[in-house]
Ligand binder design. Sequence first.
Ligand code: GAP
Length: 457
Amino acid sequence: MANKDVTDPARMEKIVSLCKRRGFIFQAGELYGGLNGCWDYGPLGTELKRNLKDFWWRKTVQERDDVLGMDGAILTMEQVLQSSGHIGGFSDPMVDCKTCKGRFRADNLETSQCKEKPSVCPGSSPKCELTEPRQFNLMLQTNFGATGEQIAYLRPETAQSIFCQYKNVLDSNRIKLPFGIAQCGKSFRNEINPRNFTFRSREFEQMEIEYFCHPDDGMRLTDEWLETRLAFYEEIGIPREKLHILDVPDGERAFYSKKTYDIEYEFPFGIQELEGVAYRTDYDLGVHQKGAGKPLEYFDEETKERFLPHVVEPSAGCDRTVLALICEAFDEETLTDEKGKEDIRTVLRFKPTMAPIKVGIFPMLKKNDEQVRIAREIQKSLQKWMPVFYDDGGALGRRYRRQDEVGTPYCVTIDFDTLGEKGDEFKNTVTIRHRDSMEQERIAIDALLPWLLERVR
Ligand code: GAP
């Protein structure tokens, strides 16, 4: 059993630094000092996140007959969140320290650090003066209408619009139970202590499925969804042995949940939640049926049964999964050259399907017009199918290293052999260099696209 408290701050520091240096993730508003708990994805981070979301959509919606997609509004009516219980109860316990003026989650004190120097865990020094815990609602409110008279909230989860539209989706799609509605999009929470890079943010994306079913099937489907989701993480490159399943015990689950599994990952800052798979019973449809005063029951034509469907909810964090992908991919490898000199190679070992750039394209000599012409032609032909990166700057070895550091799985080099200098055998062939093994092979230019498509999609 892995230890929840084992951490590697040095590794995490390197990862955060790489993310900024190579344009994966920046602090939002950094130019003006930074907006705490908010992050901007740079060019490579955006590609990585897109790859994850596209793959999730493909596996969850496109490749299944029983899940439909939707894209709900972020601004949410007060009544919706009143019924769901968020206005009354979506809060964390908070304490203030009168000495350092810090504000902390009362249930996370042992893993928090105060602002005093040297920093201590709040409450652990005689100087700390903590207030009694009080509940702090995590929702972000906004106003609209000409005089701002109408209150709305930035949604705290994508789930609520799915529950509210469940009947419309059902009636407009000739679908029968069990079926799911999936949604990927932004959610907002005024977290008391955003922390661990993007892990706990105030603005983040979720990938949620609400799977509606007969009450008799809820427990079984919860277990089935857990397995489906574990397989998904393995497919994107997070090995099973780094994932932990927490069967949330009675008393720690939401009061309406009959079963909840947390899928956790071994981050460098400890084992932490990536996703929850919760059996929410008929709680959600029940509260909206009552709140809106409109029937949300399902009528089964075959059994002539009328009932409120139960819900199984696999709810994943997109930003957390991106962070897990980066943490999992990050590697520093010591290489020794022929003279015995050691050198460290930084590599992001992403699965090719997740990698932001799929192939680097290098003319060996940028002054050789023919090599450049062929390299540009290859770039143009591949670009229609996948993100590529053309680079003619500096020594070839350095170009490879730059791509290793951002996780590009393949690099293609156009050299003198491509031009036929070693005879016809190698003419119109290029070198493909593999990121992980650093091995190289020769391949015909005509065969390049199918070779790559088979591996990167
Ligand atoms: N609809 C259920 C729901 O929202 P949750 O456990 O509060 O459940 C689901 O959130 C997932 O959303 C979490 O497992 C996590 O991956 C992600 N998430 C929640 N709060 C987050 C935050 N402040 N920053 C980043 N991701 C967050």
